[in-house]
Design a protein around this ligand. Structure first.
Ligand code: AMP
Ligand code: GLY
Length: 426
């Protein structure tokens, strides 16, 4: 089987690594891929957003399965294009991807199908948004409607930050047309978890829960990033909570999308806030989470390609169920100092060879380039050191011990990934 993975981050490296474990995969292509993916597959120099070129490549190369990592090509209809060419592809159509690509669509959808979420207003002007924020005395989340590379949500606790968020999005158009409308919603307090469901349009299988750490600094302080680390499972999501999430969120969402005539195939990712044992949807994503995918796949025993194929062919209800390696896994992300603001690139990375080949430890690469025999930093999030253990404590010890052997100038990482799980287990 010839498999193409689209994207170039740590999530895609993890997907490629897991795909490689399937005896069915004979050729693995990554577009554009990264230095880590180049070691296990063939990288094709096509940007993840170039939907036409990627479709043409898949046709010409006779690709048997395309797995799309990031949201942008999904929103731009890469799945629709591939289907037109009869290329088996895992991901939602552009119409179904609106659950992520439009916060307005997503909130209206949640409301219409009675799925719990924060009360909200949809605002098309500065004044309207200001009123919505005032009504909440400034305690609100202000969200750009469109895709904004994970930066379009600003959580506010007083009026002056709400005003500046609204200004930034609607008036200054910091995220371009994505900010022509905003959602202003109630602030939810509680604990967050990520739930990913593999969906075939009618049926779904839930992956184990996870939690990511979006904030740059320890104690979940500082600006939001693409994700500084993640662990799985999240002890907060016990079987009782998982059942609630199934019944109140995932099942009604799939039914709702069917009712709208756009059945959801792919990964439905629900970002969830749990407050007083009640889960609410903070956001939907229509793809694997980054970095949640890294620890989740580290624990997945089931063949990923079999699972994805069952989803594409509408046979998830016949799938024998997923097997997990018991215990926990954690991913600690090493970033370039200065990220999510500006940072230096091209800095040599040393010590990766100290990791060796082992089942319970893997360094997934993101912003890494290889020149000759040297690894160089090439992005904000550089590496995701991912470890598994019998307990979250053991997984964390292994990840942090391993990080000590890896160096690059300006390297920064959080020392407290997984602390909530450790506390909860105590
Ligand atoms: P989103 O992209 O919608 O997930 O938002 C990114 C992050 O903003 C979430 O993971 C939460 O930490 C936070 N957030 C979003 N909406 C709310 C809300 N209504 N109340 C509190 N925090 C929120
Ligand atoms: N970890 C959150 C995301 O992938 O958007």
């Amino acid at each position: 089987m010839k498999v193409l993975i689209i994207g170039s981050g740590g999530r895609e490296h993890a997907l490629a690594w897991k795909a490689r474990m399937s005896s069915r995969v004979k050729e693995l292509y990554c577009a554009p891929g990264n230095a880590g993916m180049a070691e296990i597959g063939t990288c094709i120099d096509l940007p993840a957003e170039d939907v036409n070129a990627l479709t043409a490549f898949s046709v010409n190369r006779g690709i048997d399965l395309v797995v799309v990592g990031p949201e942008q090509p999904l929103a731009e209809g890469i799945v629709d294009r591939m289907i037109e060419q009869n290329i088996p592809v895992f991901g939602p159509t552009a119409a179904a991807a609106k659950l992520e690509s439009s916060k307005v669509f997503s909130k209206e959808f949640l409301y219409r199908f009675g799925i719990p979420t924060a009360a909200f207003d949809i605002c098309a002007s500065f004044d309207q948004a200001l009123m919505a924020a005032r009504k909440r005395e400034g305690r609100c989340a202000v969200k750009a409607d469109g895709l904004a590379a994970g930066k379009g949500v600003i959580v506010c606790r007083e009026m002056h930050s709400a005003v500046s968020a609204i200004q930034k999005i609607i008036r200054d158009r910091e995220f371009g047309e994505a900010g022509s409308r905003v959602v202003v919603e109630d602030l939810l307090e509680g604990q967050e978890a990520s739930i990913m469901a593999i969906c075939d349009g009618d049926h779904y299988i839930l992956l184990d829960s996870s939690q990511d750490h979006k904030a740059l600094n320890e104690g979940d302080k500082g600006p939001n990033t693409g994700g500084m680390g993640a662990y799985s499972p999240a002890p907060l999501v016990n079987p009782y909570m998982m059942r609630k999430i199934r019944e109140k969120i995932i099942a009604p969402a799939l039914n709702g999308m069917n009712e709208l005539g756009c059945p959801f195939k792919g990964v439905l990712y629900a970002g969830i806030m749990i407050q007083d044992r009640n889960p609410s949807v903070l956001e939907f994503n229509v793809r694997f989470g980054d970095p949640e995918t890294q620890p989740v796949l580290m624990r997945l025993e089931t063949d990923l390609i079999d699972l994805i194929e069952a989803a594409i062919t509408g046979k998830l209800h016949k799938f024998p169920g997923i097997k997990w390696v018991p215990g926990s896994a954690v991913c600690v992300v090493l970033v370039s100092g200065g990220y999510p603001g500006s940072y230096r690139k091209g800095l040599p990375i040393t010590g990766l060879e100290s990791i060796g080949e082992r089942d319970d430890l893997k360094v997934f690469m993101a912003g890494v380039k290889k020149t000759g025999n040297h690894y160089l930093t090439s992005g904000g999030r550089v590496l995701g050191v991912t470890a598994r253990g019998n307990s979250i404590r053991k997984a964390l010890d292994l990840a942090y011990q391993s990080i000590r052997g890896i160096h690059f100038d300006d390297c920064y990482y959080r020392r407290d990934i997984g602390w909530q799980a450790v506390e909860r287990n105590r």
